[in-house]
Design a protein around this ligand. Structure first.
Ligand code: C2E
Ligand code: CA
Ligand code: CA
Length: 702
């Protein structure tokens, strides 16, 4: 992963987290709490050094006052007990050394004590600006002068001050030294050296002062403050971290819950196998589209894989599922953002196109599917049919849209599959007709009233009836007959073809068994019959056995559709049937894609030239005649019989005869007839082809 993608992923994660927390009430509270904690911590951080210093100073202040009070007490006690002398006597204290029997004056005594109390970091002193004989004048600095001034106004005051900076900083406290006992007043007024004699009790005599070096204490206080700050930041960080972890956990759980919820919603709306919208969800979306005031629907596609049942039967369901997924990815890939894709079930998909050209998209889908696709080690080429309901035809409901696209799909299927067809109103009528035919056919199958007619096939060289083609007939309850050209494709589409095939085979064989021995029976086999029902071999075997018809009198007519994808099982079945002596005939030869290559694909016993090839060949002697000559020549080489179909005129017949075609069939030679008429014909027909009296016999080409 490149740095850019990592950065991008990180950025996206941050954005997603931010939007999550912004919308989550508890997280918002937690974030506000974190913010509060840090703002509080910031202010505490600023206050801590000051607070610690303050506490230190307060302590020093307190001890200083204590010290001064103690000194005062000592002095007073000394004055009252030691220096006082006897009653009636003047105080007996005197200046040091004046009288050996006298005790020192209180001031002397206190000086001694203060000197002893003073040390490296503390200095306790008693000073006075008031002169006293024999004493050097006390040095008074700014602080002491100020204190002296203030004591005169208010002798009870205590003066304190911080002085100097860094390690030299000092804290000074001063207290008035007052004449607190009568002894002191008396002594001061009576002493011979006293310059003033008007002292009264309580007068301020001097200053008691303590100076403490606070530099070191402040350094220590600073360190303590720093420790407290570190502890504060660590606690804040830890709390924040814990809260962030809690928030992340909440988010993770919430996201997991949301994901599970989304998954559930996705599952409820999407097809589990292909991931496209499911039927209900598609309906809902389509409905919502239609409900819009200006619905933009270009087209609705109904898409269905061709011969999916065959793929499933042949390659197994797993393979079939893979092909359904392939169709889904093809659809989502080609439609992209231009529409919605949904699965209705099985191999049926639906698309709502809201942008682009319907035809172009349909073409793109068909083209994409035409690429060979595989699963495991098997490959196929898929094809699908698409029914399109165009947006300009505006349907009212989602169901109506889908119904129209479904109709168009049917048109695409009967149009030959692998293509798209567009809905038009006449399809509705056709659909109604199909529905009706389906019902009639279902009825005819159940009641076995599905009939078989027979069309004679003649040997046109010898003038002999050689057999009949069995043609299914469905009586229309409204009168007349429904053409097999109509109902056989319907039967193929709705899987009724096997039943139809069975009934025709059974009825035709039973009737043919009663015909004189050489007369053959030709039965049409639909491709769907061979691929969806591999029991054709059983059906043929059982029917022959039950009817007693000899195998060499039966012909099966198949069309090229069966051979198109060269299915191995089908080929094997055909060979097995042929091995029993039954003839395999290729029907409608020359009608579709079928061409000369079929000569090599299967060893057919006979080819039936399609009516389109026979019709008018004699009046267009060019290309058509050349093709027919080539076919005849190849048939000779491969020892195949050739039957010309759809012979309607004498010219057709004459042309086929001259071509050397062995057999012919057509309205000229006999229309499809009832079993009774066919049976009658087998008794009478022989030696003379109907309507051929005027054809001069030509020698056959070598
Ligand atoms: P097909 O196998 O090519 O059958 C020949 C069709 O051509 C028959 O139509 C027949 O009546 C018609 N025909 C015969 N001579 C002439 C002629 O001179 N001129 C013209 N214009 N038509 C002629 P029919 O009976 O309507 O059958 C149509 C198709 O239905 C058949 O074509 C066949 O493919 C299918 N079919 C009919 N019966 C069965 C059946 O039992 N099983 C299956 N699988 N398909 C059947
Ligand atoms: Ca036929
Ligand atoms: Ca035919």
């Amino acid at each position: 992963m490149s740095l850019a993608t990592t950065a991008n992923a990180f950025y996206r994660e941050i954005r997603s987290a931010a939007s999550f927390y912004a919308g989550h009430a508890l997280s918002r509270i937690a974030m506000l709490a974190i913010l509060g904690i840090w703002i509080g911590a910031y202010f505490m951080n600023v206050q801590i050094p000051r607070m610690v210093e303050q506490t230190t100073l307060e302590f020093i202040d307190l001890t200083s006052r204590e010290t001064l009070n103690q000194i005062k007490d000592i002095r007073d006690t000394y004055a009252e007990t030691v220096a006082k002398g006897k009653p009636g006597q003047s105080p007996r204290s005197a200046m040091r050394g004046a009288e050996p029997t006298h005790v020192p004056l209180p001031i002397e005594f206190i000086r001694g004590i203060t000197e002893r109390m003073s040390g490296r970091d503390i200095e306790v002193r008693i000073v006075s600006p008031f002169p006293w004989p024999g004493q050097p004048p006390a040095p008074m600095d700014g602080f002491l002068n100020e204190a002296w001034r203030q004591f005169r106004d208010d002798p009870d005051r205590i003066i304190a001050m911080r002085e100097g900076t860094g390690l030299d900083a000092r804290y000074r406290v001063a207290m008035a030294d007052r004449l607190s006992s009568p002894t002191c007043v008396q002594c001061h007024n009576e002493h011979r050296d006293s310059p003033i004699r008007t002292w009264r009790q309580g007068d301020v005599r001097g200053i008691l002062t303590v100076a403490t070096k606070v530099g070191h204490a402040f350094v220590e206080a600073g360190e303590r403050a720093r420790l407290i700050q570190i502890w504060l930041w660590a606690t804040c960080s830890l709390t924040t971290m814990l809260m962030l972890i809690a928030m992340a956990t909440v988010r993770r759980k919430e996201l997991a819950k949301q994901k599970a919820h989304q998954d559930l919603i996705f599952l409820a709306h999407h097809d589990a196998m292909t991931g496209v919208l499911n039927r209900i969800a598609f309906h809902e979306r389509l409905h919502a589209l239609i409900e819009k005031p200006d619905p933009r629907i270009e087209a609705i596609f109904f898409v269905d894989l061709d011969h999916f049942k065959r793929i499933n039967d042949e390659y197994g369901h797993e393979f079939g599922d893979a092909m359904i997924c392939r169709l889904a990815t093809t659809l989502t890939g080609t439609i992209g953002k231009d529409g919605l894709v949904g699965r209705l079930g099985g191999d049926e998909f639906i698309v709502a196109l809201h942008r682009g050209s319907a035809q172009k998209h349909a073409d793109a889908i068909l083209r994409a599917l035409a690429e060979p696709t595989g699963y495991r080690d098997q490959q196929v080429i898929l094809s699908a049919s698409i029914g399109i309901a165009m947006g300009r035809d505006r349907a009212e409901t989602a169901d109506e849209w889908i119904r129209r696209a479904d109709l168009a799909l049917y048109k695409a299927k009967i149009g030959g599959r692998g293509r798209y067809a567009v809905y038009s109103e006449d399809l509705d009528e056709a659909q109604a007709q199909i529905k009706r035919i389906e019902a009639v056919l279902r009825n005819a199958i159940e009641s076995e009233t599905l009939d078989v007619h027979f069309q004679p096939i003649w040997d046109i060289q010898k003038g002999l009836l050689i057999g009949f083609e069995a043609l299914a007939r469905l009586a229309d309850p409204l009168g007349g007959m429904i053409s097999p050209a109509l109902f056989i494709p319907i039967a193929e589409d709705n899987h009724q073809i096997n039943k139809v095939g069975e009934i025709v085979m059974r009825k035709a064989c039973t009737l043919a068994a009663k015909w004189p021995a050489p007369v053959r029976l030709s039965v049409n086999i639909s491709p769907a019959q061979m691929t969806t029902n591999r029991r054709l071999t059983d059906l043929v075997e059982q029917t022959l056995k039950a009817s007693g018809l000899a195998a060499n009198r039966l012909e099966l007519e198949i069309t090229e559709g069966i051979l198109l994808d060269q299915n191995e099982h089908v080929m094997a079945d055909l060979r097995r049937i042929q091995e029993q002596g039954i003839r395999i005939v290729i029907d409608d030869f020359g009608a579709g894609y079928s061409g000369i290559s079929y000569f090599w694909k299967f060893p057919f016993d006979k080819i039936k030239l399609d009516r389109s090839l026979v019709k008018g060949a004699e009046i267009m002697p060019g290309a058509k005649a050349a093709t027919l000559h080539t076919i005849m020549e190849l048939a000779r080489q491969f020892s195949m019989e050739v039957t010309g179909e759809g012979v309607e005129t004498l010219e057709d017949l004459q042309f086929l005869k001259q071509l050397g075609c062995h057999q012919a069939q057509g309205y000229l030679l006999g229309r499809p007839m009832t079993p009774e008429h066919a049976a009658a014909l087998t008794g009478s027909a022989g030696g003379k082809v109907p309507g051929t009296e005027f054809i001069p016999a030509r020698p056959q080409a070598a």
